[in-house]
Ligand binder design. Structure first.
Ligand code: KIV
Ligand code: NA
Length: 279
Protein backbone atom coordinates (compact mmCIF):
# COMPACT_ATOMS: atom_id res chain seq x y z
CA UNK A 1 0.00 0.00 0.00
CA UNK A 2 1.25 3.47 -0.87
CA UNK A 3 1.67 6.23 1.71
CA UNK A 4 -1.50 8.32 2.03
CA UNK A 5 -0.78 11.93 1.07
CA UNK A 6 -2.88 15.09 0.95
CA UNK A 7 -2.99 14.65 -2.83
CA UNK A 8 -4.36 11.12 -2.37
CA UNK A 9 -7.11 12.44 -0.09
CA UNK A 10 -8.02 15.11 -2.66
CA UNK A 11 -8.20 12.38 -5.31
CA UNK A 12 -10.55 10.32 -3.13
CA UNK A 13 -12.75 13.37 -2.66
CA UNK A 14 -12.82 14.12 -6.40
CA UNK A 15 -13.68 10.49 -7.15
CA UNK A 16 -16.44 10.60 -4.49
CA UNK A 17 -14.79 7.70 -2.71
CA UNK A 18 -15.57 8.08 1.01
CA UNK A 19 -12.49 8.76 3.16
CA UNK A 20 -12.13 6.49 6.21
CA UNK A 21 -10.80 8.10 9.38
CA UNK A 22 -10.39 6.31 12.69
CA UNK A 23 -8.94 7.45 16.00
CA UNK A 24 -6.02 5.60 17.59
CA UNK A 25 -4.29 6.17 20.90
CA UNK A 26 -1.48 3.64 21.17
CA UNK A 27 0.74 1.27 19.18
CA UNK A 28 -1.77 -1.62 18.82
CA UNK A 29 -4.64 0.61 17.61
CA UNK A 30 -2.23 2.40 15.27
CA UNK A 31 -1.16 -1.00 13.92
CA UNK A 32 -4.76 -1.95 13.13
CA UNK A 33 -5.22 1.30 11.17
CA UNK A 34 -2.05 0.39 9.29
CA UNK A 35 -2.85 -3.24 8.52
CA UNK A 36 -6.54 -2.72 7.70
CA UNK A 37 -6.00 0.17 5.31
CA UNK A 38 -7.56 3.15 7.04
CA UNK A 39 -6.94 6.39 5.09
CA UNK A 40 -6.34 8.72 8.05
CA UNK A 41 -5.32 7.86 11.61
CA UNK A 42 -6.36 10.56 14.09
CA UNK A 43 -4.90 10.80 17.57
CA UNK A 44 -7.97 12.60 18.87
CA UNK A 45 -8.06 14.37 22.18
CA UNK A 46 -10.92 11.99 22.99
CA UNK A 47 -7.79 10.26 24.34
CA UNK A 48 -8.58 12.24 27.50
CA UNK A 49 -11.78 10.31 28.21
CA UNK A 50 -11.41 6.94 26.52
CA UNK A 51 -7.81 6.18 27.54
CA UNK A 52 -6.93 8.42 30.46
CA UNK A 53 -10.24 8.58 32.31
CA UNK A 54 -10.61 12.36 32.44
CA UNK A 55 -14.13 13.80 32.45
CA UNK A 56 -13.53 15.95 29.40
CA UNK A 57 -10.88 16.93 26.87
CA UNK A 58 -9.92 20.22 28.54
CA UNK A 59 -7.76 18.30 31.03
CA UNK A 60 -5.39 16.87 28.45
CA UNK A 61 -1.88 18.36 28.25
CA UNK A 62 0.35 18.62 25.20
CA UNK A 63 2.89 16.28 26.81
CA UNK A 64 0.23 13.62 27.37
CA UNK A 65 -0.87 13.98 23.76
CA UNK A 66 2.74 13.73 22.54
CA UNK A 67 3.32 10.53 24.51
CA UNK A 68 0.41 8.86 22.66
CA UNK A 69 1.15 10.38 19.23
CA UNK A 70 4.62 8.84 19.38
CA UNK A 71 3.18 5.40 20.15
CA UNK A 72 0.59 5.62 17.35
CA UNK A 73 3.22 6.86 14.89
CA UNK A 74 5.30 3.72 15.48
CA UNK A 75 2.34 1.55 14.44
CA UNK A 76 0.52 3.64 11.82
CA UNK A 77 2.85 4.55 8.94
CA UNK A 78 0.84 4.40 5.73
CA UNK A 79 -2.29 6.34 6.77
CA UNK A 80 -1.97 10.13 7.07
CA UNK A 81 -1.30 10.77 10.77
CA UNK A 82 -3.23 13.68 12.28
CA UNK A 83 -2.96 14.80 15.91
CA UNK A 84 -5.47 16.93 17.80
CA UNK A 85 -4.13 20.10 19.36
CA UNK A 86 -5.20 19.94 23.00
CA UNK A 87 -7.33 22.66 24.55
CA UNK A 88 -5.27 25.73 25.43
CA UNK A 89 -2.34 24.95 23.13
CA UNK A 90 -3.40 27.02 20.10
CA UNK A 91 -5.85 29.70 21.26
CA UNK A 92 -3.68 32.51 22.60
CA UNK A 93 -1.82 33.37 19.41
CA UNK A 94 -0.67 31.98 16.06
CA UNK A 95 2.86 31.89 17.52
CA UNK A 96 1.75 29.64 20.37
CA UNK A 97 -0.07 27.41 17.88
CA UNK A 98 2.97 27.15 15.60
CA UNK A 99 5.27 26.29 18.51
CA UNK A 100 2.99 23.54 19.76
CA UNK A 101 2.13 22.18 16.30
CA UNK A 102 5.85 21.93 15.57
CA UNK A 103 6.25 19.81 18.71
CA UNK A 104 3.48 17.44 17.55
CA UNK A 105 5.23 17.08 14.20
CA UNK A 106 8.86 17.00 15.32
CA UNK A 107 8.59 15.13 18.63
CA UNK A 108 5.40 13.19 17.93
CA UNK A 109 5.68 12.27 14.27
CA UNK A 110 2.30 13.81 13.34
CA UNK A 111 1.91 14.87 9.71
CA UNK A 112 -0.97 17.28 10.27
CA UNK A 113 -2.77 18.86 13.22
CA UNK A 114 -6.47 19.30 13.94
CA UNK A 115 -8.02 22.15 15.86
CA UNK A 116 -11.53 23.04 16.96
CA UNK A 117 -12.97 26.43 16.16
CA UNK A 118 -14.30 28.97 13.70
CA UNK A 119 -13.50 32.49 12.57
CA UNK A 120 -11.39 33.13 15.70
CA UNK A 121 -8.79 30.56 14.57
CA UNK A 122 -8.75 31.41 10.86
CA UNK A 123 -5.59 33.53 11.15
CA UNK A 124 -3.84 30.72 13.04
CA UNK A 125 -4.83 28.20 10.35
CA UNK A 126 -3.46 30.55 7.69
CA UNK A 127 -0.15 30.88 9.51
CA UNK A 128 0.24 27.13 10.12
CA UNK A 129 -0.46 26.19 6.52
CA UNK A 130 1.87 28.95 5.31
CA UNK A 131 4.77 27.41 7.25
CA UNK A 132 3.98 23.95 5.93
CA UNK A 133 1.92 22.31 8.65
CA UNK A 134 -1.30 20.90 7.18
CA UNK A 135 -4.39 21.68 9.25
CA UNK A 136 -7.67 19.82 9.66
CA UNK A 137 -10.50 21.97 10.98
CA UNK A 138 -13.24 20.84 13.35
CA UNK A 139 -16.60 22.65 13.40
CA UNK A 140 -20.17 22.07 14.57
CA UNK A 141 -20.09 20.55 18.04
CA UNK A 142 -16.81 21.51 19.69
CA UNK A 143 -16.21 19.18 22.66
CA UNK A 144 -13.47 21.45 24.06
CA UNK A 145 -16.19 24.11 24.51
CA UNK A 146 -18.94 21.93 25.96
CA UNK A 147 -19.38 24.24 28.96
CA UNK A 148 -19.92 27.27 26.72
CA UNK A 149 -22.29 25.18 24.57
CA UNK A 150 -24.21 23.98 27.67
CA UNK A 151 -23.48 20.36 26.87
CA UNK A 152 -22.64 18.02 23.99
CA UNK A 153 -25.49 19.03 21.70
CA UNK A 154 -26.03 19.02 17.96
CA UNK A 155 -25.28 22.37 16.31
CA UNK A 156 -26.64 24.27 13.32
CA UNK A 157 -30.24 23.14 13.73
CA UNK A 158 -31.75 26.58 13.08
CA UNK A 159 -31.50 28.54 9.81
CA UNK A 160 -29.27 31.06 11.59
CA UNK A 161 -27.13 28.39 13.22
CA UNK A 162 -26.74 26.50 9.94
CA UNK A 163 -25.62 29.67 8.16
CA UNK A 164 -23.00 30.23 10.85
CA UNK A 165 -21.62 26.70 10.43
CA UNK A 166 -21.56 27.13 6.63
CA UNK A 167 -19.73 30.47 6.85
CA UNK A 168 -17.20 28.95 9.23
CA UNK A 169 -16.60 26.06 6.82
CA UNK A 170 -16.05 28.46 3.91
CA UNK A 171 -13.66 30.62 5.96
CA UNK A 172 -11.61 27.61 7.06
CA UNK A 173 -11.38 26.36 3.49
CA UNK A 174 -10.23 29.79 2.40
CA UNK A 175 -7.60 29.75 5.17
CA UNK A 176 -6.20 26.54 3.71
CA UNK A 177 -7.42 23.53 5.72
CA UNK A 178 -7.12 20.32 3.70
CA UNK A 179 -10.10 18.83 5.49
CA UNK A 180 -12.48 19.54 8.34
CA UNK A 181 -14.45 17.47 10.79
CA UNK A 182 -18.17 18.27 10.86
CA UNK A 183 -19.48 17.10 14.21
CA UNK A 184 -23.14 16.69 15.18
CA UNK A 185 -24.95 18.81 12.61
CA UNK A 186 -28.08 18.02 10.55
CA UNK A 187 -27.36 15.58 7.70
CA UNK A 188 -28.85 18.04 5.21
CA UNK A 189 -26.33 20.67 6.32
CA UNK A 190 -23.47 18.16 6.21
CA UNK A 191 -24.28 17.34 2.60
CA UNK A 192 -24.81 20.99 1.66
CA UNK A 193 -21.45 22.10 3.11
CA UNK A 194 -19.69 19.18 1.40
CA UNK A 195 -21.10 20.32 -1.93
CA UNK A 196 -20.37 24.02 -1.38
CA UNK A 197 -16.69 23.46 -0.54
CA UNK A 198 -14.40 23.18 -3.54
CA UNK A 199 -11.13 21.86 -2.07
CA UNK A 200 -11.41 20.87 1.57
CA UNK A 201 -12.72 17.38 2.35
CA UNK A 202 -15.48 17.07 4.94
CA UNK A 203 -15.13 14.30 7.52
CA UNK A 204 -18.40 13.71 9.32
CA UNK A 205 -19.17 12.42 12.77
CA UNK A 206 -22.90 12.78 13.27
CA UNK A 207 -23.20 14.79 10.04
CA UNK A 208 -24.97 12.26 7.83
CA UNK A 209 -23.80 10.11 4.92
CA UNK A 210 -23.27 12.97 2.45
CA UNK A 211 -19.85 14.10 3.69
CA UNK A 212 -16.58 13.21 1.94
CA UNK A 213 -15.59 10.85 4.74
CA UNK A 214 -16.48 9.57 8.20
CA UNK A 215 -14.66 9.36 11.52
CA UNK A 216 -15.45 7.42 14.68
CA UNK A 217 -13.74 7.13 18.04
CA UNK A 218 -11.98 3.75 18.29
CA UNK A 219 -13.55 2.75 21.59
CA UNK A 220 -17.07 3.67 20.40
CA UNK A 221 -16.53 1.78 17.15
CA UNK A 222 -15.28 -1.48 18.70
CA UNK A 223 -17.27 -1.22 21.95
CA UNK A 224 -14.26 -1.47 24.26
CA UNK A 225 -16.40 -0.48 27.17
CA UNK A 226 -20.04 0.39 27.53
CA UNK A 227 -21.37 2.80 30.05
CA UNK A 228 -21.80 6.48 29.91
CA UNK A 229 -23.91 8.12 27.28
CA UNK A 230 -23.85 6.68 23.76
CA UNK A 231 -24.19 9.49 21.22
CA UNK A 232 -26.83 9.18 18.48
CA UNK A 233 -24.10 9.02 15.83
CA UNK A 234 -22.18 6.10 17.34
CA UNK A 235 -22.48 2.69 15.72
CA UNK A 236 -20.78 -0.21 17.49
CA UNK A 237 -19.20 -2.34 14.77
CA UNK A 238 -17.78 -4.86 17.23
CA UNK A 239 -18.27 -5.71 20.90
CA UNK A 240 -14.77 -6.01 22.27
CA UNK A 241 -16.04 -5.07 25.75
CA UNK A 242 -18.27 -8.15 25.98
CA UNK A 243 -15.51 -10.35 24.55
CA UNK A 244 -12.97 -9.00 27.05
CA UNK A 245 -15.34 -9.60 29.97
CA UNK A 246 -15.89 -13.18 28.74
CA UNK A 247 -12.12 -13.68 28.64
CA UNK A 248 -11.59 -12.36 32.16
CA UNK A 249 -14.35 -14.62 33.55
CA UNK A 250 -12.87 -17.65 31.78
CA UNK A 251 -9.38 -16.88 33.08
CA UNK A 252 -10.50 -16.49 36.68
CA UNK A 253 -12.59 -19.68 36.56
CA UNK A 254 -9.66 -21.68 35.11
CA UNK A 255 -7.25 -20.36 37.77
CA UNK A 256 -9.68 -21.17 40.56
CA UNK A 257 -10.26 -24.76 39.38
CA UNK A 258 -6.51 -25.25 38.58
CA UNK A 259 -7.23 -26.12 34.94
CA UNK A 260 -4.87 -23.27 34.01
CA UNK A 261 -2.02 -23.70 33.33
CA UNK A 262 -2.25 -27.13 31.71
CA UNK A 263 0.80 -29.45 31.55
CA UNK A 264 1.33 -28.34 27.94
CA UNK A 265 1.57 -24.76 29.18
CA UNK A 266 4.20 -25.68 31.81
CA UNK A 267 7.95 -26.40 31.63
CA UNK A 268 9.38 -29.89 32.17
CA UNK A 269 12.71 -31.19 33.45
CA UNK A 270 14.58 -34.46 32.66
CA UNK A 271 13.58 -37.19 35.15
CA UNK A 272 17.21 -37.89 36.16
CA UNK A 273 17.79 -34.24 36.94
CA UNK A 274 14.65 -34.13 39.05
CA UNK A 275 15.68 -37.22 41.03
CA UNK A 276 19.12 -35.72 41.61
CA UNK A 277 17.47 -32.48 42.79
CA UNK A 278 15.13 -34.31 45.18
CA UNK A 279 18.01 -36.03 47.08
O1 KIV B 1 -10.99 13.68 19.59
C1 KIV B 1 -11.53 13.02 18.69
O2 KIV B 1 -11.58 11.78 18.73
C2 KIV B 1 -12.10 13.75 17.56
C3 KIV B 1 -12.85 12.99 16.51
C4 KIV B 1 -14.04 12.29 17.05
C5 KIV B 1 -13.19 13.84 15.36
O3 KIV B 1 -11.95 14.93 17.51
NA1 NA C 1 -11.03 15.91 19.30
Amino acid sequence: RKKVTLQHLHALRSARTPITVLTAYDFPTGRVCETQGVDVTLVGDSLAQVCLGYDDTTRLTLDEMLHHVRAVARGSRTPLLVADMPFGTYLASPEEAIGNAVRLVREGGAEAVKMEGGLEIVETVRRLTSVGIPVMGHIGLLPQRHVMLSGFRAQGRTAEGALEVLQTALALEDAGVFAMVLEAIPHTLGTYISQRLTRAATIGIGAGAGTDGQVLVWDDMVGTWHGGHKAKFVRRFADVGAEAARGVQGYMAAVRERSFPALSESYGMPKAEWEHFEQ
